[in-house]
Design a protein around this ligand. Structure first.
Ligand code: NAP
Ligand code: 8YV
Length: 315
């Protein structure tokens, strides 16, 4: 029997490629570059970068698109759904890693550890000289979590032992948690002095962290983003950090990655990471396995493990 054909456009985790090649014919190419006969053979896709409606249309017999990452804004899942094509993502297996990163980034931002280390490595630590006291402390802060989903809840759990007050904003109140709920982002920003954003990229979340929200956070305010750069008006954020409208920011994600605006790079009160929240070997391996297991689940048993909300389940 001939092997099922799986397309892998763009860069992909090597464990995904190795495991796929054990079972399937793997073609590493962009969908729109395939000749008609090859395109017809493709029944599955494993993707880490972008997959547009045009890419999906170029694959007339594709059944399942397995996307690497919990955020799947890189894949046109709505268009896939209109064609009966399943899209899967990699939820849950990265919750702990991303939540740990959020806490690390928060502490680095508030206590300036990266700057202090650069100061030490630059040879500044000499008898009688010490690194300046950090302006801020985590102690006594009121942290607002923008997005209390799978990862947001893990962040909240990790914050509890720090004895900070925790509140959140989502569109729907979560009856299972006792944190204070704010029905609008503005209400949350006015109530807290620290905000952590962990919402998906959707039309509704676009540039929602804007000048108004930042000014509500205030001069002692700290903003951390581990969700998507899409959520932030970066010009407004750089201006707020520069003017002192907010105190500091820690960012793992940016609007137009890998481009990081010079206005942010120039700021001493911003801690900037290259989108690495899930980036450990064990967690990326778990994500890679889930990418493959979704394809295997579908082709072996018609059961994808983690289909996204838009997906119509066939079969
Ligand atoms: P999730 O479980 O779907 O949670 C998303 C949360 O955002 C929910 O609480 C949801 O609540 C809220 N939300 C969605 N739209 C909203 C809106 N318009 N206004 C207010 N709240 C809104 O997703 P997750 O697994 O926690 O992941 C969240 C996102 O983090 C991913 O989509 C991805 O973009 C990002 N992420 C980044 C990294 C990284 O490397 N930095 C790693 C993993 C994930 P309601 O639906 O009730 O509003
Ligand atoms: C990954 C992420 O860095 O899961 C997500 O949504 O943003 C990260 O875990 C990314 O998906 C890898 O391509």
């Amino acid at each position: 029997m001939s092997r099922i054909t799986v397309l892998v456009p763009g860069k992909m985790h090597e464990r995904v490629l190795a495991r796929l090649k054990e079972r399937y014919e793997v073609i590493e190419a962009d969908a729109t570059t395939l000749d008609a006969d090859t395109a017809k053979r493709v029944r599955g896709v494993a993707v880490s970068g972008t997959l547009t409606a045009a890419d999906i249309d170029a694959l007339p017999n594709v059944e399942l698109i397995s996307s690497f990452g919990v955020g799947y804004d890189n894949v046109d899942a709505r268009h896939a759904a209109t064609k009966g094509v399943i899209v899967t993502n990699t939820p849950d297996v990265l919750n702990d890693e991303v939540a740990d990163t959020a806490i690390g980034l928060l502490l680095n931002t508030i206590r300036e550890f990266p700057r202090a280390e650069s100061w030490l490595r630059a040879g500044n630590w000499k008898p009688g000289k010490s690194y300046p006291l950090s302006r801020f402390s985590l102690k006594g802060r009121h942290v607002g979590i923008y997005g209390l989903g799978r990862i947001g809840q893990e962040i909240a759990r990790r914050l509890e032992p720090f004895k900070v007050k925790i509140s959140y904003h989502t569109r729907t109140r979560n009856a299972d948690v006792s944190y204070d709920y704010y029905p609008t982002l503005k209400d949350l920003a006015e109530a807290v002095d620290t905000m952590i954003a962990i919402v998906p990229r959707t039309p509704q979340t676009h540039k929602t962290i804007n000048a108004e929200i930042l000014s509500a956070l205030g001069p002692e305010g700290v903003f951390v983003n581990v969700g998507r750069g899409w959520t932030v008006d970066e010009e407004a954020l750089a201006a707020a950090l520069k003017s002192g409208a907010i105190g500091a920011a820690g960012l793992d994600v940016f609007y137009d990655e890998p481009h990081v605006p010079a206005a942010l790079l120039d700021l001493p009160n911003a801690v900037l990471l290259p989108h690495l929240a899930s980036g450990s070997v064990p967690t990326r391996n778990a994500m890679a396995d889930l990418v493959v297991d979704n394809l295997v689940g579908w082709f072996d048993a018609r059961k994808p493990l983690t289909p996204v909300a838009e997906t119509p389940l066939k079969g």
